[in-house]
Design a binder for this molecule. Structure first.
Ligand code: GLC
Length: 507
């Protein structure tokens, strides 16, 4: 297919629930920071829009773009409109994030200090979608050619644009991309428990904000159904989600739309992840002097209260502690590992109570060999990856995963399950060919993980070969540049498909 190119730099608006540095819960926020920057670097006018949560304005200087935007609620009993304002962050320095818009509403965002987890979330996300469309209808200072709606929280944007607003000339020329960062969250409910009869087929109009039915809408499905193009964050995940095993009950729909589905690997921000110049690590190093990592290992051990032992195989974990990440595989084998292998484990992250409890118990049972910081921390992952020998990510599924790339960049050797973005970024070590950047395993079970861990520990004993694995990993290139170019192609393709659809409608 020949791609349309934009006459002027493409104007692209990313919409998500979170975007670093303003607000960050998971990897999505990092991507919302670094991908638009990379696009800006290659001449695309990429901007971001998120809700304005409570802590943001105290930390960043924002200007007002529009006030008193009337957002229709569709309600028959409650208020017919909600009022929103839009504020804006404008970059001053090249290192600043791209222009970012914030949808402001007292009740639904301003009073909330968290991003997710409120009973009225369906209204909060419907308001985000509809509020942004109403903003774009009247905003004079900027207008996007393409919207990239990320994950279910932004799915209704695509739905509204293709239904309620399809004949509105102020917004109906905007092409839409729906970007899947994690297919397992689809709406307010756990989709795997919804009876077939109750499943949202995606065809009914979006219910009024006051309606109970809004809770049952599968916004992930609707994003996939209505978008001009669907993207996800790695080529392997794009293939996996076409299968029942990974498709989270949407594989049938995804197979129908596979010709407009693209998997583009995320990158990481090389200005944040650079061991030669990292404000959070004590001893800067590069691939040519990785012996310096041993000093950072001592710092890590000290900071986490682990025994100062240079021969210990230090495994770092920096992750959300959820089922997806596969740490429950450690549960049945943790004691054997701790008793049979010379390992230490340093953990940072927060998440599900039983996983946090598991790591807390392990720490109590093996003091000075296991240390867990069970809260979100933006700095400790740098300390961990600069000093740890390995980084563990045994994910059950992984749309992309950023930490394995960060670990590789810092010289911590990833031990990962071969799935999604992990399969695309970590190559299994082959001692005969002297290739590979990590240790991978295929089956999602504890014994496969165990075997990978034993292989890693065994090979760690051979310092020279290990140093080569570390160096090869550090040499990999996970910068955004190439992926950003692929996005530009996708924007052009979405615009082309969208204009064709508009033309057809006119006939
Ligand atoms: C989600 C996915 C993760 C991905 C990130 C950014 O958090 O679980 O795999 O790297 O989004 O796309």
């Amino acid at each position: 297919m020949k791609f349309l190119t934009f006459k002027e730099p493409a104007r692209v608006l990313f919409v998500a629930a979170e975007a670093a540095p303003f607000v960050k819960v998971g990897g999505l926020a990092s991507v919302m920071d670094s991908l638009p920057r990379a696009l800006r670097d290659i001449g695309c006018d990429a901007r971001v829009m998120i809700p304005k949560y409570l802590p943001i304005e105290g930390k960043y200087k924002l200007s007002t773009v529009l006030e008193d935007i009337q957002v229709p609620t569709g309600n028959t009993e409650g208020p017919s409109h909600f009022i929103c304002n839009v504020k804006k962050f404008t970059p001053k320095a090249p290192s600043d994030p791209v222009t970012t818009y914030f949808l402001e509403n007292q009740e639904y965002y301003e009073k909330r200090s968290n991003v997710y987890g409120y009973a009225d979330d369906p209204i909060r996300w419907a308001l985000l979608s509809r509020g942004i469309i109403e903003f774009l209808r009247i905003n004079k200072e900027w207008h996007p050619d393409v919207i990239v709606a990320c994950d279910w929280q932004a799915g209704l944007i695509v739905n509204y644009l293709k239904t309620e607003y399809r004949d509105d000339p102020t917004v109906n020329k905007i092409a839409t991309i729906f970007s899947i960062h994690n297919l397992s969250y689809q709406g307010m409910f756990d989709h795997s428990f919804v009876q077939e009869m109750d499943r949202d087929d995606g065809h009914s109009p979006v219910p009024a904000f006051e309606s109970e039915r809004l809770n049952k809408i599968n916004s992930m499905r609707r994003g996939i159904m209505y978008a001009d193009i669907i993207t996800t964050v790695s080529p392997t995940y794009a293939r996996e989600i076409l299968t029942p095993e990974y498709g989270q009950l949407l594989d049938g729909l995804l197979r129908e739309r596979r010709n407009v589905l693209a998997g583009i690997l995320n990158g990481i921000d090389y200005s944040i992840w650079n061991p030669q110049n990292d404000p959070y690590i004590m001893y800067p190093y590069s691939k040519d002097d990785i012996v310096l990592r041993s000093r950072n290992k001592a710092v890590l051990q000290e900071r986490f209260g682990l025994e100062n032992d240079k021969n210990a195989f230090v495994i770092g974990i920096a992750s959300r502690l959820t089922r997806q990440k596969g740490f429950d595989l450690l549960m049945p084998i943790a004691d054997i590992i701790m008793q049979e292998l010379p390992v230490q484990i340093a953990i940072v992250g927060t998440g599900e109570a039983d996983l946090m409890g598991f790591f807390r118990n392990l720490e109590t049972k093996y003091p000075r060999r296991v240390a867990a910081h069970l809260s979100f921390d933006a700095i400790l992952p740098h300390v961990i990856f600069a000093g740890a020998d390995a980084a563990l990510m045994p994910s059950q599924f992984e749309p992309c995963g950023l930490t394995q790339m960060e670990a590789l960049r810092m010289g911590a050797v990833p031990i990962v399950r071969e799935t999604g973005g992990l399969a695309d970024t970590v190559k299994d070590y082959d001692p005969d060919k002297e290739t590979g950047t990590g240790f991978t395993f295929e089956k999602f079970d504890s014994s496969s993980l165990m075997i990978a861990l034993i292989r890693a520990v065994e090979n760690f004993r051979n310092k020279k070969d290990w140093a080569n694995i570390v160096r090869r990993g550090m040499l990999e290139n996970f910068s955004w540049e190439e992926s950003a170019r692929k996005y530009i192609d996708v924007f052009a393709r979405a615009s082309e498909l969208h204009s064709r659809e508009l033309a057809k409608k006119k006939e």
